[in-house]
Design a protein around this ligand. Structure first.
Ligand code: BES
Ligand code: ZN
Ligand code: ZN
Length: 498
């Protein structure tokens, strides 16, 4: 798919389809469409009247031109109310356009970004449309013997002349972000029989080779030597050995240093506390945090921001076996904190514990971890919103602010001292579950806190809800979403420019 920016008149566009938009408040078409309508002898306004098309969200109209204009079809979508409009709605409209254009077999089209710009700059609108088009067109079809081979070849995004340069730049950013997100989706959608911890390490090595990152992979003996016994305990029951992955992007003029950690359970059966069948489905997605970190690396490999970034993944598989760790086991993490196991299905926090110790030793300016950590987070916030916690209110707010622009919904869950009481264990420093079933996302966050150097600002993002979806929503098809690749990359880019 090739993206181009244009400022030409709609009536002159030489493409198979011209896509534009109408807000609910707009009784008449804007001038550009009126001119196109004239070329088509009033066909657009006639169909508008016949369909009683009024710009409401979800409405659309298709006008075939029968050889009259330079385009074969004019398609107009309702953009809803102007005052409720935001950039994520532009993403959704981009995705909706792709869906309709595929049905009409239109592989070259122009999309009118100017018609959508309200309060945001047309650069932002063009970027959002680009993201929506790439994300909305995504399918995980590599295992299908019958594929839909239709591909969109060319997208022209139209903006007014004074925004052309800015839009060119931002569309490029949008392409990089959305393609990185699709890369993450591909990895998360791969099942546990394909992506094992070793395979994940190989993928990290390939990325390193492609973009010139430093990479170090530690095997089980080295993991043991480093004292990562919490992580090792989780991995013990699997025939697929663990791999600890450390990627580093180190540009010359780095202003800051950030450590990103992703939960990388290539499959979570629950271990000896085995999950019932319905809850075990989709647990291939328990590596979504790790795959998001890899997606962010793909994006920064192309965007090249002035900031050093570490990508840390303690990859493992949680399986029941004679060698598995058990409930009541007491283990010691890398920083010496002893952990009593209450439930082997609360395994993610054990792998993250050692990864957080490792990251703390690097003494970065901040640590951000992302993890499909708790079902409780989904109960608290619903499937579409990630829970954000940590030791730095400033950093939490900065990340949530970025997420409001990217449309990757995030909300803070507050720590408190009473819930801290609930992770006290009978015979060790800390329990890997809460002694109350309420506030489970927060007790998981509080557990992680024990393994972070208090001097380092740290944020934990629980993505159990939005990392994958069994129905699909907006510009996400069924399965992996690639959440929160765009937010984290945009945040890093922002930090590198401050
Ligand atoms: N990987 C799961 C969390 C999860 C649940 C992710 C649903 C995506 C969808 C995690 O390892 C887990 O099993 N957590 C337990 C913790 C409990 C045993 C304290 C949970 O949430 O039930
Ligand atoms: Zn689990
Ligand atoms: Zn898990």
């Amino acid at each position: 798919m090739e993206f181009k920016i244009t400022s030409g008149h709609l009536k002159n566009a030489r493409v198979k389809g011209v896509v534009s938009f109408l807000f609910k408040e707009q009784k008449k078409f804007p001038l550009e469409i009126q001119e196109l309508d004239e070329v088509l002898d009033g066909a657009v306004s006639q169909i508008k009247r016949e369909l009683k098309f009024d710009g409401s969200e979800g409405k659309f109209m298709v006008v075939p031109t029968f050889g009259k204009g330079k385009t074969d079809f004019v398609i107009i979508f309702g953009a809803g109310s102007k005052k409720d409009f935001n950039l994520d709605k532009a993403r959704r409209l981009g995705a909706l356009s792709v869906k309709k254009l595929k049905e009409l077999k239109i592989d070259r089209f122009l999309i009118d970004g100017e018609a959508l710009s309200v309060k945001d700059s047309q650069g932002d609108t063009a970027q959002a449309l680009t993201e929506g088009i790439i994300l909305g067109g995504y399918r995980f079809d590599k295992y299908l013997s019958k594929k839909d081979n239709f591909k969109i070849k060319e997208v022209q995004i139209r903006v007014s002349r004074r925004y052309k340069k800015l839009a060119e730049e931002q569309v490029k950013t949008g392409e990089i972000l959305a393609n990185a997100q699709n890369f993450t989706r591909d990895l998360v959608n791969e099942p546990g029989n394909v992506i094992t911890p070793q395979k994940l390490a190989e993928i990290a090595e390939e990325l390193a080779k492609q973009y010139g990152f430093e990479v170090k992979i530690y095997d089980e003996d080295e993991i043991e030597k480093m004292g990562m016994n919490a992580y090792l305990a989780v991995a013990k029951g699997s025939a697929n050995p663990p791999r600890f992955i450390h990627l580093t992007y180190r540009p010359k003029n780095a202003k800051r240093e950030v450590a990103l950690i992703g939960k990388g359970l290539t499959f979570d059966s629950g271990g000896l506390n085995i999950k019932p069948g319905d809850y075990m489905r989709w647990m291939k997605s328990d590596k979504a945090g790790a795959c998001a970190v890899l997606g962010v690396f793909k994006a920064i490999g192309e965007l090249k921001p002035d900031i050093t970034v570490h990508g840390i993944i303690a990859a493992a598989e949680n399986m029941p076996d004679g060698k598995s760790y058990r409930p009541d086991d007491i283990i010691k993490a890398k920083n010496g904190v002893s952990i009593e196991i209450g439930n082997t299905d609360a395994e993610g926090r054990l792998t993250l514990a050692d990864a957080l110790c490792y990251a703390s030793e690097l003494k970065p300016d901040m640590i951000i971890d992302m993890a499909t950590l708790t079902g409780a987070c989904i109960v608290a916030l619903g499937e579409y919103t990630a829970g954000v916690m940590g030791n730095s209110q400033k950093l939490i707010e900065e990340i949530i602010e970025v997420s409001q622009k990217t449309g990757e919904w995030m909300w803070q869950l507050p720590f408190n001292d009473m819930l801290r009481e609930h992770i006290k264990a009978p015979h060790a420093d800390v329990y890997n579950i809460g002694t109350t079933r309420y506030g489970g996302a927060i007790t998981a966050g509080l557990f992680l806190e024990k393994f972070v150097d208090k001097k380092i600002p740290w944020v934990h993002i629980d993505i159990a809800g939005p990392a994958h979806n069994t129905r699909g929503w907006y510009y996400h098809p069924k399965g992996a979403t690639g959440f929160p690749v765009r937010t984290i990359t945009t945040f890093l880019k922002k930090k590198s420019e401050e």
